[in-house]
Design a protein around this ligand. Structure first.
Ligand code: ZN
Length: 191
C-alpha cells in the first residue's frame, strides 16, 4: 500500500513569480479552511507541510474519507510526474502524431524515448528544451508536448496533496482562480 498524491501544477508560473503565487494560493486555501497555515510533519518526502484544515471536505468529492496527509508546495523548477509507471507515448505539438515508447507487449521501442529523456534532463538543468518529432521532423518545445495519462508536467509551482480523496472540480477551479486564472493541470499517482 502506497501513498496517494494529487498535485495541482500551475503551468503559467515562472521562476520569478512562483513564490508570490504560492503565497496567494496558500492564502486562499487557508481562508477557505481547507488547510492550516501552520506547518507540521504530514507529507512524504519533505520535513513539513500544511495539514488539512477544518473545512477540508469542501475540496473533495468523498466527504467521509478524512485526508491522511497534508499539503506540500513546490516552488522550484520541477519535472512533475505520476510516480509509478511510465509514459507510453508523447503527442507532437505540430502534427499531433504519437511518439510511442512501448509496443503493445510493453517492450521498449528502441531509440524513441532517448531524445525525450535527454530533453527532460536539459529542461531540468536549464528550464528550456526541445524535441524533434520522429514523425514530422519538426522541433517542438518540450513543454508543448502532451503525454499519455498526462504523465508529465513541467513547471515551477505545484500544490502537492498527500492522501486526500479525489478533488472536486469546483475546488480545482477555485484554486486556479486564486492563481490568477492560470492554466493548471491535476496530476495524480502513487508512491
Ligand atoms: Zn510531429
Amino acid at each position: 500500500m502506497g501513498n496517494y498524491f494529487q498535485t495541482v501544477v500551475d503551468l503559467d508560473a515562472t521562476h520569478a513569480d512562483a513564490h508570490t503565487l504560492a503565497a496567494g494560493g496558500l492564502d486562499w486555501l487557508v481562508k477557505e479552511g481547507m488547510v492550516r497555515a501552520e506547518l507540521s510533519d504530514c507529507v512524504l518526502g519533505a520535513p513539513s507541510g500544511h495539514p488539512p484544515g477544518p473545512s477540508w471536505a469542501k475540496a473533495v468529492e468523498q466527504k467521509d474519507w478524512e485526508p491522511g496527509g497534508g499539503l506540500r508546495i513546490e516552488t522550484d523548477r520541477t519535472v512533475f510526474n505520476c510516480g509509478q509507471g511510465e509514459a507510453r507515448f508523447a503527442v507532437c505539438p505540430h502534427c499531433a502524431g504519437r511518439a510511442v515508447f512501448f509496443t503493445d507487449r510493453l517492450e521498449e521501442i528502441e531509440g524513441v524515448w532517448e531524445p525525450f529523456g535527454a530533453a527532460i534532463n536539459d529542461w531540468s538543468d536549464t528550464g528550456s528544451a526541445a524535441v524533434v518529432c520522429p514523425l514530422c521532423r519538426r522541433s517542438g518545445d518540450l513543454t508543448a508536448w502532451t503525454w499519455s495519462d498526462h504523465f508529465f508536467a513541467f513547471g515551477y509551482l505545484g500544490f502537492e496533496f498527500w492522501d486526500w480523496p479525489d478533488f472536486d472540480p469546483e475546488f480545482l477551479e477555485g484554486l486556479a482562480r486564486a492563481l490568477g486564472g492560470h492554466r493548471t493541470v491535476l496530476m495524480a499517482g502513487k508512491l
